[in-house]
Design a protein around this ligand. Sequence first.
Ligand code: EPU
Length: 422
Amino acid sequence: MDKIIITGGEPLKGSVRISGAKNSALPIMAATLLAEGTSVISNIPHLRDVETMAAILRALGAKVRFSGDSRVSVNPGKLIQPLVPYDLVRTMRASICVLGPLLAKLGSVKVAHPGGCVIGPRPIDLHLKGLRKLGAKIEIEHGYIVAEAKARLKGSEIYLGGSFGSSVLGTANVMMAATLAKGRTVIEGAACEPEIVDLANFLNKMGAKVKGGGTHILQIQGVKKLEPAEHAIIPDRIEAGTYMVAGAITGGEVRLKGARFEHLQAVVDKLEEAGLIVNRTKEGIKVHLRAKLKAVDITTLPYPGFPTDMQAQMMVLMSISEGIGVIIERIYPDRFMHVSELLRMGANIMREGPRAIVKGGAKLSGAPVMASDLRASAALVLAGLVAEGETEISRVYHLDRGYERIEEKFSKLGARIRRVEE
Ligand code: EPU
């Protein structure tokens, strides 16, 4: 297993190209199953999760071909095997987003139930509720979701809000299934994330009739057939946010090529409050530190609120800022695995239920730490960049799930970071 070793203390300077968004690429790859023929998706990031999605599509019988640096073509052909085994699902929860397309296209599908994960319980009740409203019969049998639709799915009015707000992949699954349903579907309480808009745009290129992407109400007029399409994935707002925080905490100046300012308003707002100057530039976004970092409070919320996927990274910034900041995690109340590792590096954090109180002013020092999930691992990299001495991060396969060539990108910005094979 690889390790990442960082020697902290270098201010990051220069520019970094932001890759395509993982959380757009995965459902869009699943959506290619809806068409007859070959769809071509570009700006696909090189990530382990993308490889897992390709493995799933291949296991179903689709032809998947990567070409060039960031392009994938998918031809579902004759889907021979409407079954996604647990071995694939347990390595990537987003496997669940083939459920909607397969049900709509084939009328029956069996996908392993993803269960929870290290960031807490991750129910799928909203996915199932929405698909049942479209006419599917769904049972949980021996750890599998077994879904069937005897006739074509039927458009319906569906409320998809849950106790923690809207569901991103729940919205994606129901929206994809509804594109081939008979008649009109209205999804209320839909997720508004940019990745949902990207998916809706791709579906419309395929001939679907989806309106309202980016709002809480989606209207989908079902069509009989979808055509293959070409599409470029939007830039990854969480990768961009992570590099913005890196620039801030190291007192550097970082330019993010391709980043979309409008997808990052909540993050920009907090970084400005913390003392950063964030500029929209022709090529993307530029960040640099104005004065000393000040503590901020954050509450994670569905888009356009502050993203839970940036919570761990912000905790590092708050650890070295002046003052006390509070984090309230409203999406995944248990998403705090990074706390104990940051404590080992000298941070001063108290967790109480879904809240963390971060006493700033810590002088972080390098230590051997363990990555536990994707964003927690990103936080450890950030902590390593400002810590005194050497930080050794093990289990970096978590990072490889969602950050393309992370050590290469940080090295280019001047960080002393390397990957070693154990
Ligand atoms: N929820 C339910 N019922 C459901 C589905 C979700 O109660 O049926 C709850 C969840 O427990 C959570 C909240 O609703 O409290 C939001 O979960 P959501 O369904 O939106 O999460 P997701 O779609 O499974 C995506 C991203 C996550 C990101 C969340 C929230 C992908 C592949 N994953 O997950 O990304 O944290 O939305 O924004 O799009 C990551 O990239 O590191 C990551 C975990």
